[in-house]
Design a protein around this ligand. Structure first.
Ligand code: GYE
Length: 334
């Protein structure tokens, strides 16, 4: 509920500030993308924003893309140029270079992996184009390469998952398998770190850990391999709902009952995950809010207006057990 209010507030603010930006962007913004002026207004009203998305790997990503596309609209004062990198860093670098060439007003992206961005970000800086990071962080010593990073605290998410596991199952000698997100991605690195630190010194033991690349298909495949290798798995920690949903399929195909014979903890809390939680097939989900469009719009407007922005905007997340999922499902937006 609180979140909805916060988001509505951001949208209103976005609409208001968009109007105030007209003069500013007409002075400093080059005509990005070579587009003709939008009907009903001059092109100078508009912030041209190039967004490079990670891909379409998960329900979370679909909700994140929708939030961005629904918010950065012409009506809200944006001309959004959107590209999907299909989980490949080289595609993202190419997209960012093309946005630089088009002289967009702002570049935003969700970096598929953490490292290897300095060169292209320096090119953007040299061209005078501000960069905003959404969702995932970059690992760079030079913080001047981006204006702001909007996203969840993934270490905290992993800790919340680990704390809950520890509360439920410590003392019982639980064997855990881990389905990691995309290798080298901030959420995969940080969720692993957080979970491990929370269960350190407990009776829970991670007996196997492999990437499922944040997808349902790979989550299922990796879980099939785990089930063949180990006959004593008690708990799956999946770095996202989709891999957990894939694991459910593998567990059922192996004749076991997900949520009972093998417990499952995931992160995201997208609709399909929440439904599986309410159905008793998942035991606990830590939320990761994908609705970053309003915050991105607000920060982009401020950056263009030359206003101060926060370097780090942390999106707050909650967590759900099976009862909480049943209650939350009817009002869930994603
Ligand atoms: O948890 C996962 C997606 O970066 C937070 O990426 C995001 C993660 C999310 O594929 O489902």
């Amino acid at each position: 509920m609180g979140k909805n209010f916060r988001r509505a507030g951001a949208a209103v603010l976005a609409a208001l500030t968009a109007t105030a930006l007209v003069a500013c962007s007409s002075e400093q913004a080059p005509q990005g993308g070579g587009e003709s002026p939008a009907e009903g207004g001059s092109a100078t009203d508009t912030i041209v924003l190039g967004f490079s998305q990670v891909g379409a790997e998960s329900g979370w990503r679909a909700a994140n893309t929708k939030s961005i596309q629904d918010t950065l609209t012409k009506e809200n004062g944006f001309d959004l140029k959107f590209s999907d990198a299909q989980q490949k860093q080289e595609n993202q670098i190419q997209a960012i270079r093309s946005y630089i060439q088009q002289q967009v007003d702002v570049i935003a992206f969700s970096p598929v992996v953490e490292t290897g961005w300095d060169a292209v970000l320096e090119e953007a800086k040299a061209a005078g184009i501000p960069v905003i990071l959404t969702d995932r962080a970059v690992d760079s010593d030079d913080e001047s390469l981006y204006e702001s990073f909007i996203g969840s605290d993934f270490v905290l998410e992993g800790e919340m998952a680990g704390e809950w596991a520890k509360e439920q199952y410590d003392g019982e000698g639980y064997k855990v398998v881990e389905l990691q997100g995309t290798t080298g991605a901030a959420p995969a690195i940080d969720r692993k770190t957080g979970f491990e630190s929370a269960i350190a010194g407990s009776d829970l033991e991670i007996i196997d850990s492999q990437t499922g690349n944040f997808t349902r298909t790979e989550g299922k495949q990796v879980m099939e391999g785990f089930l063949q290798k180990h006959d004593d798995i008690d708990l799956v920690f999946a770095h996202n709902d989709d891999m957990g949903l894939g694991a459910i399929e593998a567990i059922e195909a192996a004749g076991k009952v997900p949520g009972e014979d093998i417990k499952i903890i995931t992160i995201d809390a997208v609709k399909d995950g929440m439904q599986a939680l309410a159905d008793g097939k998942i035991n606990y989900i830590v939320e990761c809010n994908p609705l970053l469009g309003p915050d991105l719009a607000e920060i982009a407007e401020k950056v263009i207006a030359g206003e101060e922005v926060q370097k780090r905007i942390v999106v707050e997340d909650q967590a759900f057990d099976q009862e909480a999922a049943k209650e939350a499902l009817p009002d869930r937006q994603y």
